[in-house]
Write a protein that binds this ligand. Sequence first.
Ligand SMILES: CC(C)(COP(=O)(O)OP(=O)(O)OC[C@H]1O[C@@H](n2cnc3c(N)ncnc32)[C@H](O)[C@@H]1OP(=O)(O)O)[C@@H](O)C(=O)NCCC(=O)NCCS
Length: 182
Amino acid sequence: MTSSLELHTERLTIRDWTLGDAEAALQIYGAEEVARWLTPEMRAVHDVEAMRSVLHAWMEAQPNLVPPAGRWAIAHKRGGDLLGGLSLRLLPPFEEDFELNWQLRPDAWGNGYATEAGSAAIGWAFEQGIEELFAVARPKNTRAIATARRLGMEWVGETEKYYSTRLQVFRIRPSDTAVRTR
Ligand SMILES: CC(C)(COP(=O)(O)OP(=O)(O)OC[C@H]1O[C@@H](n2cnc3c(N)ncnc32)[C@H](O)[C@@H]1OP(=O)(O)O)[C@@H](O)C(=O)NCCC(=O)NCCS
């Protein structure tokens, strides 16, 4: 059982994290524009040591996750620059719904990278046999909401069931991707 992965898109590589990513990953997860939308545990990543510990924990957990769950890095194909991260996981507390989420380095926003990586991750997740995938975003997280829509995700509604905070919920199913690519 493993969620080790390497996917290639037109401009990007989606790959496993390494400890060598710590410095570059801090440019993503240590950035206030990104951290403000993340969980409290991630908001505490302020230096390379803390980032390395987080990556270490992710890498240790990865082999025990049931696919399609996992956390991966998004790098530029040309030159290999680290641009962001994405993960697939079961949403707490019920762990029934698979969530896709993404984070990009702020200076990489506005190029369609989250959409490109997200689309590849969705395709791969559906190949693993799941029947639907969700994205959740706080109502003011307009960029995340726009990316979910760009990915062809459908607005489902608002809920407090996942983190006891009001979240917009988006969903995509394999049949939606079939319609989109036709
Ligand atoms: C959410 C997040 C990943 C979105 O990043 P993004 O770069 O805006 O997302 P996309 O990949 O969808 O890019 C869309 C933008 O690129 C532009 N773009 C350029 N080339 C493009 C292409 N080939 N395809 C699609 N869009 C393209 C679009 O016009 C759009 O521009 P706009 O922002 O001016 O409207 C980023 O804002 C982020 O890291 N936020 C903080 C963390 C977060 O909230 N994550 C989500 C919840 S966990």
